[in-house]
Design a protein around this ligand. Structure first.
Ligand SMILES: Nc1ncnc2c1ncn2[C@@H]1O[C@H](COP(=O)(O)OP(=O)(O)OP(=O)(O)O)[C@@H](O)[C@H]1O
Ligand SMILES: [Mg+2]
Length: 319
């Protein structure tokens, strides 16, 4: 019977660290994940794949611990893998096999009976919409079909929690939307829980409520997307009529951080900024024609978070 996760803690790590000689792929990551769809967001080399492999017990941590569905990745990796679907980043195929044979084989490896494995293989291929090509050799599949086959492989044994490592990699815009739709359906219609890594902000925004942001092996933020967007104040954008230079100079004297863009002045929403903006208008006699909070996307948030993290690291002397 399929496991129902509800609010069960899916993933919990304490000071999880993975080093390869001098390279620290993951540094002291302590995180708890229990949401329906959690995005693991970070640029190339951030440690996303390392994190997922550590959770699955495919590689051992250097220090720290991880547990998935209450199982320890150090000592109960097999139980984790029996209960988790995993769509790896790299190809995991046996090219001479047909789609259906490959999936049936995977189902058997996951412990399904021969009959259940073949039935589940058909269902998973139907779900990802490669049912017509199921008797073709995988070596003849397009990149899009291979990505979908990888997803089907992660679903064969009907796990409640699925890890997906960059599921949209290499897909054209159509294939990407198709993949995102499949993931949305998994979460919304089939009550699956997913943790999926991506460096594409749009993909995370489309599917996830929660996000964990990694950069250079460190976890730099965790929260719901709404919380993170709220904390990340959008700029205040003003348009004025009157002595532009005088107004801009007054903003400078008030130590505001701003950028002038054509007719608009985009001002960082630091504490007291709004008061200074209004005060500057009064003291220079300009008319405020327009004042609004600028739009802020996850993209802005991501760039800001990564830049401020890098600045903080520069300030901390390396021992
Ligand atoms: N087996 C390994 N040996 C040496 N270094 C490794 C190994 N695996 C990963 N690394 C390094 O660890 C860091 C994190 O790698 P990882 O693959 O986890 O990043 P990622 O966030 O998945 O990146 P990408 O978006 O490119 O897939 C990188 O600097 C990578 O070069
Ligand atoms: Mg990766």
């Amino acid at each position: 019977m399929a496991l129902i996760l509800g609010d069960l803690m899916q993933v919990s790590t304490t000071n999880l660290t993975k080093s390869y000689g001098e390279i620290q792929a993951l540094k002291n990551v302590s995180v708890s994940i229990s949401g329906n769809a959690t995005g693991l967001l970070g640029p190339n080399g951030a440690g996303k794949s390392t994190f997922l492999k550590l959770l699955l017990g495919l590689i051992p941590p250097t220090t720290g611990n991880a547990s998935v569905l209450g199982y320890s990745s150090r000592t109960q990796a097999l139980s984790i893998r029996q209960n988790i679907g995993y769509m790896p980043e790299s190809e995991c195929f046996i090219p001479n096999m047909t789609g259906i044979t490959f999936l049936t084989y995977f189902g058997r490896l996951s412990g399904l009976s021969a009959r259940d494995a073949i039935q589940r293989a058909h269902e998973a291929l139907y779900y990802v919409n490669i049912i017509d090509e199921r008797y073709r050799k995988i070596s003849t599949y397009s990149t899009g079909m291979k990505q979908k086959l990888k997803l089907a492989q992660a679903l064969t044994h009907d796990p409640a929690l699925i890890f997906l490592d960059e599921p949209t990699t290499g897909l054209d815009p159509f294939g990407r939307n198709e993949m995102l739709d499949l993931l949305k359906k998994l979460v919304n219609d089939l009550d699956k829980h997913i943790i999926f890594s991506s460096h594409i902000l749009h993909d995370i925004e489309t599917i996830c409520e929660d996000v964990v942001i990694l950069n250079e092996g460190e976890m730099i933020k965790q929260g719901t997307l709404n919380e993170l967007m709220y904390v990340h104040n959008p700029d205040i954008v003003v348009r004025i009529r009157g002595d532009h230079n005088s107004y801009v100079n007054t903003l400078k004297s008030a130590k505001l951080n701003f950028i002038v863009r054509q007719n608009d002045i985009s001002i960082k929403n630091t504490p007291g900024a709004m008061e200074s903006i209004l005060q500057a208008a009064v003291s220079t006699g300009v008319q405020l024609r327009h004042l609004e909070f600028g739009s802020s996307s996850l993209e802005d948030l991501f760039v800001d978070i990564i830049q401020s993290n890098q600045k903080n690291n520069e300030r901390i002397p390396k021992s």
